[in-house]
Ligand binder design. Structure first.
Ligand SMILES: NC(=O)C1=CN([C@@H]2O[C@H](COP(=O)(O)OP(=O)(O)OC[C@H]3O[C@@H](n4cnc5c(N)ncnc54)[C@H](O)[C@@H]3O)[C@@H](O)[C@H]2O)[C@H](O)CC1
Ligand SMILES: [K+]
Length: 452
């Protein structure tokens, strides 16, 4: 973002123009949401504070009762100019009285350390006493590139990103301090390989498709039948043409549309995978971690098919019980599985996911409240603000099945992972509250229909 800003400035746009654009765009969002309800703008010493003075001036010109409280003197040319253009009084932050709407323009991308305790306390008090609160660019106190909290950060109603999303808009804990996100256009394009996961464009099957051309998925089960059945069921409702479940023991259950075959021995798994029509093979959910599971996983890894590896398959790989990991697979670890597989490294969740993808030459779906999908070529998509109700048993099995299904449909690993993560989140939004993993599967066709 800094580089993009500098490029625009180098092209002849004065920095102050960017501040005016940012302030005007943010003021518009506040005006549309809060009308003429009274506003208190907190202005910091840098350009974030400068944005705040512009916002205050514009809202006041619209007749909104606006007060400004500042944290110290303005230290940049642009913020001094914005402050001079604000005709009203500026009170010290510690004396500020609460208002119906609170605009936080203390710090943005220039925060270098946590707020001093008194300022953090004041900010928290004023946000909590406001009925509407807005964080300009970022909530003050968050670390821009990692989403870490450098000092206590209150929960804002709206995070108004200026020009482009920053990692802290999408990575927890910072992402959890903004209920809603809005990105204000200010004419600065920051093209990046890393972006926010967007709703996918999906397509119905062409008229001449058949179940194999639409994509045949195999799910290799193990000792826990339920998990591989959830994954198979999700794959079946993902848009794929057909799902074949290789059960370790003769089990019944699940929709008749899923073809369950008994594959107790590794040899039987090998024979069942010897089918060049297979477009995706999933192993992991319910696989188990004993010798038989390791043997089954090795058959899968050597099968030559496009792979999705989840849960126990990842744990067996971490223990060195199978391998090598074929390039181009899709891995879907949660936090603990990721750390076991790739180690406990430093850097933001985005950096760690990209490093893991590069090292493994696989697509890594690093799950969590914020899910980062990273590719070996440096591209990454971040999905955050998923329903917190997803923290229930089996939703990971559903996602793994969904990834395999979309891989069978698209034959494109990064695209399949992105579509699956989005559909998984959308199914949860549709399921509402207190749902179980099975409920997500029922809502997949509706989620897909919405994106056709
Ligand atoms: N395209 C855009 O994104 C635009 C962004 N703008 C705004 O500019 C800020 C970034 O401005 P900058 O001056 O670099 O940083 P900050 O205003 O966030 O603050 C830096 C300022 O504060 C001092 N400081 C840092 N940490 C602390 C602390 N804990 N306590 C006290 N003081 C601290 C530091 O020394 C600096 O003096 C961006 O977020 C946008 O809001 C442009 O205005 C428009 C285009
Ligand atoms: K801010």
């Amino acid at each position: 973002m800094r580089a993009a800003e500098q490029a625009v400035i180098a092209s002849g746009v004065p920095e102050y123009d960017l501040m005016e654009r940012a302030g005007a765009a943010a003021a518009e969002i506040v005006w549309r949401a809060g009308g003429s309800r009274d506003v208190l703008v907190l202005c910091g010493p840098g350009n974030n504070g400068g944005d705040g003075f512009v916002i205050a001036r514009i809202l006041r010109a619209k007749g909104v009762p606006v007060r400004v409280a500042a944290l110290g003197e303005s230290r940049t040319a642009s913020s001094l100019r914005a402050r001079a253009a604000w005709a009203g009084p500026v009170e010290p932050l510690q004396d500020a009285q609460p208002a119906g709407q609170l605009v936080d323009a203390l710090f943005g991308t220039g925060l270098t350390r946590g707020l001093d305790p008194q300022a953090a306390t004041e900010l928290g008090r004023l946000v909590d006493l406001a009925s509407h609160s807005y964080a300009i660019d970022l909530p003050s106190g968050v670390e821009t590139d990692s989403g870490a909290l450098l000092s206590p950060v209150p929960r804002f109603g709206v995070g108004i990103a200026l020009g482009a999303w920053k990692p802290a808009h999408l990575l927890y804990p910072a992402a959890g301090r903004m209920e809603r996100l809005q990105c204000a256009e200010i004419g600065v394009a920051a093209p990046s390989d890393v972006g926010r996961l967007a709703p996918p464009s999906l397509h119905p099957p062409a008229g001449d498709e058949h179940k194999y051309s639409r994509g045949l998925v195999a799910v290799v089960g193990g000792e826990m039948a339920g998990a591989s059945l959830l994954a198979s069921h999700a794959a079946a409702r993902s848009g794929a043409g057909m799902v074949r479940r290789m059960a370790a023991a003769m089990e019944t259950g699940g929709p008749d549309a899923i073809v369950t075959i008994g594959a107790q021995t590794a040899a039987e798994v090998e024979r069942a995978l010897d089918d060049r029509r297979l477009a995706a093979v999933l192993a992991g959910p319910g696989l188990g971690r004993d010798d038989r599971a390791r043997e089954r996983l090795n058959i899968v890894l050597q099968s030559g098919h496009p792979l999705v590896l989840d849960a126990d398959a990842l744990n067996i790989l971490s223990e060195g019980g199978a391998g090598p990991l074929p390039a181009g697979a899709i891995l879907t670890p949660h936090e603990a599985e990721f750390t076991r597989l790739f180690g406990d490294r430093s850097g933001s969740k985005i950096d760690r996911a990209l490093e893991a993808a590069r090292r493994s030459r696989c697509i890594v779906v690093y799950k969590g409240a914020d899910t980062v999908i990273a590719a070996p070529d440096g591209r990454a998509r971040i999905a955050s603000h998923a329903s917190s109700w997803l923290s229930t048993a089996g939703t990971g099995d559903v996602l793994a099945g969904l990834v395999a299904g979309r891989l069978a449909v698209t034959r494109d690993a990064l695209r399949a992972a992105c579509e699956a993560v989005w559909l998984h989140g959308e199914a949860a939004r549709r399921a509402g509250a207190a749902f179980i993993a099975d409920d997500l599967i029922e809502r997949l066709p509706g989620a897909i229909a919405r994106r056709l």
